[in-house]
Design a protein around this ligand. Structure first.
Ligand SMILES: NC(=O)c1ccc[n+]([C@@H]2O[C@H](COP(=O)([O-])OP(=O)(O)OC[C@H]3O[C@@H](n4cnc5c(N)ncnc54)[C@H](OP(=O)(O)O)[C@@H]3O)[C@@H](O)[C@H]2O)c1
Length: 296
């Protein structure tokens, strides 16, 4: 297959490009700077510019663009950047995919599409939430509409926290746990949906090659855990204590609105669509996922 990836320089994109190449696919990369390699195509999402030759003959486009959700404290302008860096590139790419007749678009979204729902199990048919991140995810997903309207198979990846030492939350937590400073966040009862990086990539490859996969797809491990369970599992794997409790009020003081949106609430989301389509997870439990992470 010829697969064109946007957001390829990021944590998931880098692993995806390597996996695609390993599997013998041809990869093109859309980069937001002048192209500097034969597989690169410069594009400018803010100006709606996608070179026509980038998508010519493509079997699929994978869009992983977006400014880091947790990389800065949110204020009005950063919240706008979080939206603009996802919705605009998606809208532009969906239009280009439609114009070029690309058969498949796989577009990032997040499990924050759903509100934190306590113990209630959430699948792809559950309704969207109403908070900032949920609204962002809903609008981000809706931006794929031009491609869907043109008959492209659109897969919307509602990804959970992707576990790897090389990126995401775990990269931030590892040094704290190493110092014995790990601990429960808030009351620890909130769900913390997760997926191993191997399964995130495995699910994207599966979606690329299985025509039956379409629409929203929760890329979450099959057994979501609460924050307290995650904390215990990480402490066990790292052989470190994690007896601290970070009170909700302290989290809110340090990270602001992000605390309630992404840390103190989370959906108990399960990968119903992937399991129904026959995807076989490499890591079904948090213990298996964390063991694989720390073996490397
Ligand atoms: N990692 C997770 O746990 C997780 C969980 C749920 C959802 N997601 C979503 O999955 C996608 C990929 O995640 P990731 O962890 O790989 O993210 P990442 O490492 O932050 O990479 C995202 C990529 O998006 C592009 N980008 C950054 N700022 C941008 C901007 N202002 N406008 C347009 N593009 C911009 C960059 O690629 P270029 O410089 O190559 O353009 C960057 O490498 C993101 O949309 C993220 O929200 C990730």
């Amino acid at each position: 297959m010829r697969v064109v990836v946007a957001g390829s320089s990021g944590f998931i994109g880098t692993a995806l490009v390597a996996a695609l190449r390993r599997d013998g696919h041809e990869v093109g990369r859309l980069v937001r700077r002048p192209a500097a390699a034969p597989d690169e195509f410069g594009w400018d999402p803010a100006r709606a510019q996608v070179p026509e030759r980038a998508l010519r003959g493509a079997d699929a486009v994978v869009n992983l663009c977006g400014a880091g959700i947790g990389s800065r404290r949110w204020n009005g302008s950063y919240k706008q950047e979080l939206r603009d860096s996802r919705i605009t590139p998606t809208d532009v790419l969906a239009g280009a995919v439609a114009a070029a007749g690309v058969p498949t678009l796989i577009n990032a979204s997040g499990v924050s599409y759903y509100d934190g729902t306590g113990d209630r199990v959430v699948t792809e048919t559950s309704p969207p939430g109403t908070g900032f991140l949920s609204t962002l995810c809903r609008d981000w997903e809706n931006a794929t509409q031009p491609a869907a309207a043109a008959g492209t198979r659109v897969v919307r990846l509602r990804s959970a926290l992707v576990l790897s030492r090389h990126g995401g939350l775990l990269k931030m937590l590892e040094p704290l746990y190493s110092l014995g400073l790990g601990g429960r966040l808030g009351n620890g009862r909130q769900y913390m949906p997760w997926i191993s990086l191997a399964d995130e990539i495995g699910a994207i490859l599966f979606a690329l090659t299985h025509e039956s996969v379409s629409g929203p797809v929760n890329t979450t491990g099959p057994a979501p855990v609460t924050n307290a369970e995650f904390t215990r599992a990480l402490a066990r794997i790292m052989h470190r204590p994690a007896a601290l409790v970070v009170p909700s009020i302290a989290l809110r003081a340090v990270v602001g609105e992000f605390a309630d949106e992404a840390i103190l609430h989370g959906p108990r989301a399960i990968p119903a669509a992937l399991e129904q389509a026959g995807y076989e997870f490499q890591h079904r439990t948090i213990g298996q996922a964390l063991t694989s992470v720390f073996q490397r």
